[in-house]
Design a protein around this ligand. Structure first.
Ligand code: ATP
Length: 489
């Protein structure tokens, strides 16, 4: 690109706190995300994906699915049901311990996660350079889980440190109570406890209970993986930050079954692959991705890391990578009475495989991509809003814009659009000035605009305008499909 072309685009620096506000408004105005059941006043932490949002979400899921099941010949997919036999959740430990510690503020009537209050307090102490106090609080916090009354221990820590609510500054705390995150519903005509079923809080268990079905039907040999994309439900105490924390969300999970003793090696390989996936396949800014190692491990894990992303509201988890040992398969063996062992046909060894899991949240990733892509700049003196989404993620790949609506130019443009539509999601726009039409496409992240003009009628060429640089070049109309295909690999 020449210097003159570079000068056409000047970036505008936006403070992060403004970005969320602008994103939420753009998401609704342009059909990415709507509040759920909005005409009735909505429902807390529930959202609907609009025409562009559902298209973009589908792209994310396709990219993930292909990275798992196409790139790896030893990973196959399933689509398990959301409701399962309730014994599954007894075995997995969710009925007894899928709890969050909650605490209420009597004055403001607001509810908080006790663990989050303490973790934020520790972080603040560290930021303020009070390392010694932070270490002391951290030690007491870690010991709380093993104390005879963990709720009381958390409460005493909050009261002792005089921790206040981050949003109101109040601290009129109740005792800490445990709150189970699973949604219960009743199956059948009689509403008694015999019909209680749960909405799954994670997709993983649908994979574990199908371990032998998949292995046998697809003739899989350890190591192999099972991938799944699907809805999960959690009755979150603290909701919020738009689609970051929802009660109904979609997970993209893969459980990789390995021989005991090889799990750490496999874990490290998956850790590297998953981190690079966000950069190479989705185009997220590498500097905004961070590792977080869990010091406090879940009861089933022997190693766990999160991939975190720098959202405008803070650095938060988008994917968990867990070495889950043989916990889940062993539990299902015990509760179902079915043997969950694997027999190695070559060596004759029998064992319950260990599991390395990669668990990514589709909605959080969607928000990460939108916030990373949101930018404002000035092109040729005109301000514009743009989503710098990678072409693979962008909901619309190209727009066809005829300079004149009617006559031969309009007809040529429509034929061109119809032809492109057979292979790509394209939009057709013949309303308003060409500048306005470019802006409309920039705002939804369309990477390429094809303009059909007078010259098109003469020599069958169109201009292609690149979103980020606003640079244009002419290409043969007949080459447009091939052009797009090369940009989407
Ligand atoms: P958090 O600590 O933020 O509640 P988690 O550690 O409970 O998350 P996991 O159980 O590891 O999350 O779930 C895997 C992924 O599912 C997360 O990395 C996240 O992307 C997604 N996820 C979990 N809970 C929610 C939610 N309430 N809303 C949207 N996505 C979620």
């Amino acid at each position: 690109m020449s210097n003159t072309e570079e000068k056409r685009v000047q970036n505008v620096n936006l403070p992060p706190d403004k970005v969320m506000h602008k994103l939420v408004s753009l998401a609704k105005r342009r059909g990415f995300v709507f509040p759920s059941s909005e005409i009735y006043g909505g429902l807390s932490s529930c959202f609907d994906y609009g025409p562009l949002g559902s298209e973009m979400k589908k792209n994310i899921k396709d990219i993930w699915w292909n990275a798992m099941t196409r790139k790896h010949s030893n990973i196959v997919g399933i689509d398990a049901s959301i409701m399962m036999n309730p014994a599954v959740w007894e075995a997995s430990g969710h009925v007894s311990s899928f709890n969050d510690p909650m605490i209420d503020d009597r004055t403001t009537k607001r509810r908080y996660r006790a663990d989050h209050l303490i973790e934020n307090h520790i972080e603040k102490l560290r930021r303020d350079g009070k390392t010694e106090q932070a270490d002391k609080v951290q030690t007491v916090y870690e010991a709380a889980a093993g104390s005879p009354d963990p709720n009381r221990a958390l409460y005493e820590l909050i009261a002792g440190e005089a921790i206040k609510a981050p949003d109101t500054g109040s601290g009129d705390w109740t005792e800490v109570r445990q709150f189970n995150l699973m949604f219960q519903c009743n199956m059948g005509a009689v509403a008694d406890t015999s019909g209680i079923v749960y909405l799954r809080p994670e997709t993983a268990q649908g994979i574990f209970v199908n371990f032998h079905n998949v292995r046998e039907s697809s003739r899989m040999k350890v190591p192999f993986g099972i991938a799944q994309i699907g809805k999960a439900f959690r009755n979150e105490i603290v909701k919020g930050n738009f689609i970051f924390r929802m009660v109904e969300f979609e997970q993209m999970e893969m459980q990789y079954f390995v021989k005991p003793g090889t799990q750490i090696e496999s874990f490290e390989a998956w850790r590297e692959e998953r981190f690079n996936w966000y950069i190479a396949e989705l185009g997220l800014t590498p500097e905004k991705l961070h590792w977080y190692k869990h010091d406090k491990l879940a009861h089933y894990a022997d190693l766990a890391y999160d991939i975190k992303f720098e959202f405008p509201f803070g650095i938060e988890e988008i994917e968990g990578i867990h070495s889950r040992t043989d916990f889940d398969l062993s539990q299902h063996q015990q509760y179902s009475g079915k043997n969950m062992e694997y027999i190695d046909q070559t060596t004759g060894e029998r064992y319950i495989p260990y599991v390395v899991e990669t668990s990514s949240g589709c909605d959080r990733l969607f928000l990460a991509l939108l916030s990373d892509a949101y930018s404002e700049d000035v092109v040729d003196g005109e301000p514009r809003v743009m989503l710098k989404l990678s072409p693979k993620v962008a909901p619309v790949k190209a727009a066809v814009l005829p300079l004149v609506k009617k006559g031969e130019m309009g007809e040529t443009a429509e034929r061109f659009r119809n032809d492109l539509s057979t292979a790509f999601m394209v939009q057709y726009d013949d309303a308003a000035s060409i500048g306005k039409r470019y802006r409309r496409q920039d705002e939804i992240g369309t990477p390429f605009c094809f303009t059909v003009d007078h010259q098109t009628i003469e020599d069958q060429t169109v201009t292609v305008r690149y979103r980020d640089s606003a640079v244009q070049e002419r290409i043969d109309m007949a080459r447009a499909k091939e052009f797009l295909a090369t940009k989407l690999v």
